[in-house]
Design a protein around this ligand. Sequence first.
Ligand SMILES: Cc1cc2nc3c(=O)[nH]c(=O)nc-3n(C[C@H](O)[C@H](O)[C@H](O)COP(=O)(O)OP(=O)(O)OC[C@H]3O[C@@H](n4cnc5c(N)ncnc54)[C@H](O)[C@@H]3O)c2cc1C
Length: 358
Amino acid sequence: MTALVSQARVPLADAGEAIATLCAHFLDHDIPVDQWPGKGIIAFDVGTGQLEAAPDGLTLRAEAGDALGLAVVKFMLASHLQELPSASTAPIVWTGDGCGEATLPSLREVRVRRVADLTPRMRRVTFHGADLARYDAHDMHVHLLIPPEGQPPVWPVPGIDGIPVWPQGEAAPALRSYTLRRIDVAAGEIDIDFALHEDAGPGASFARRARPGDVAGLLGPGGRSAGPADWTLLVGDETALPAIGRILERLPAQAEGIAVIEVGDAVDELPLVHPEGVALRWLHRGNAPAGSTTLLQDALRAIPIPDDRTVFAWSGTEFETFKALRAHWRKTCKLDRTQHLAVAYWRRGAAEDAKDDT
Ligand SMILES: Cc1cc2nc3c(=O)[nH]c(=O)nc-3n(C[C@H](O)[C@H](O)[C@H](O)COP(=O)(O)OP(=O)(O)OC[C@H]3O[C@@H](n4cnc5c(N)ncnc54)[C@H](O)[C@@H]3O)c2cc1C
């Protein structure tokens, strides 16, 4: 495959120090780095970044097999460089492939095609759009861009420094995370299942008012699924029901494990396709507000993790439950990083863009 290449020369007093700091940071995040004095090569999943000291500063080089990979490498290098106090105001101007494009390679505009209520509190919105093949991936989630009600969409655009420029003020779209429940590339369709929660923000409100023709944007995909294992534990509330449904459908037929799902009531349960060896356990919180109970943690403490098979424990929950589950799996069950993934899907009392620690 022909590589796409972009470069930027950044004026900087001590390029060597910036290279050392950035390389250490990427290594910290388990990204492979080759490093020499004054030079570092970073092997991202999607392409390669190179940092090299030059007489008047730092040279950045990004290389990837496609436009999206190139944009990701440029973003990773530029955004991390700008976080260094010594480089926070240094101008970064990329030249080469991918420069001068008017739209982000990761952005797709989609329109609502149809809407269906799965339960009284869960609504499926089917979006239609072109060129959706990249969403048919192992990664499970997208960022949904939601234009303000009644306004035409204004999307983020590529910045000359490789960092997207976001619309500001009243036209700015809201950004919310959702799971790709179903993707049909040939039909150009994507399903997202929205929990119609109390205190609805832009995401749940969009679903409540959705009509065929309504416009939204997609960025992504991203987000790890459960890793392969003989025994799989899946835990979540209704916001993770789409992810759990998707993971269950893709488990091998001989898979074993348990899915523990908290919903309001029996009417909120959904029929899920699952391997025979994976049990479904529904928990009902009744009139208690979502995110206010310890139902999931309590149930999990009573489920022993097998020690004679490979295991993977996955959860998507409210923030407090996320913290409790992660601590339980790491400290009590001694699961390592390859054996579990706990994610905060939302935080009680805080909008998604106000969430600070997931
Ligand atoms: C990787 C990932 C995947 C996700 N996938 C899905 C999905 O497929 N379907 C889905 O419905 N959600 C999903 N979520 C959760 C969803 O992004 C959040 O619930 C989000 O806050 C909804 O945005 P909003 O604009 O409706 O509310 P926000 O503006 O973010 O929040 C407004 C208020 O609503 C409260 N709130 C948010 N969610 C809930 C809830 N579930 N119950 C009660 N109160 C709530 C907040 O605490 C806040 O007070 C996912 C989250 C992540 C991180």
